[in-house]
Design a protein around this ligand. Structure first.
Ligand code: HEC
Length: 123
């Protein structure tokens, strides 16, 4: 009976070890995937929205300009609705080391939504 218990224990331990190393493999491939994406191309349809609405004067997709990069904004994990609100009414407290963004009141709702969905997809 004791033998049976130890065999069971060994199998159980092997199972746990197997699961953990699988998880580590998944995690490390996830990390290397992120690390290789060092530059994200801005799609043409979004680029033209950013130019039309002058966002491009202060924001870049990959690096900070007058304001934070869109990738950096994306890393805050806002919902699409929240991003739309923040474009119209930015909250400078979220970015203490930057100057204040001027609220963009006259932004077309479709443009705002398309930009917000794209920002959300960057993270
Ligand atoms: C005159 C410069 C300027 C323009 C033009 C501008 N921004 Fe900004 N933006 C900033 C700065 C500076 C910040 C960081 C400080 C802040 O949030 O007030 C910022 C922050 C943001 C944030 C994050 C807000 C938060 O509270 O986390 C979003 C989203 C954003 N901008 C989107 C846009 C979009 C989209 C456009 C074009 C429709 C745009 N911005 C145009 C300068 C600008």
């Amino acid at each position: 009976m004791r033998n049976f218990t130890s065999i069971f224990l060994v199998i159980f331990l092997l199972f746990i070890v197997g699961c953990t190393s699988q998880k580590e493999k998944e995690l490390s491939s996830e990390n290397s995937k992120k690390a290789t994406v060092s530059y994200i191309e801005t799609p043409d349809n979004i680029s033209s929205l950013l130019v039309k609405n002058t966002c491009i004067a202060c924001h870049d997709t990959n690096k900070h300009k007058v304001g934070p990069s869109f990738r950096n904004i994306s890393s805050k994990n806002y919902s699409v609705e929240k991003i739309i609100k923040l474009i119209v009414r930015p909250n400078p407290k979220n970015w203490p080391s930057y100057p204040e963004m001027i609220p963009i009141d006259d932004l077309n709702q479709d443009d705002a939504r398309n930009i917000a969905i794209w920002i959300k997809s960057l993270d």
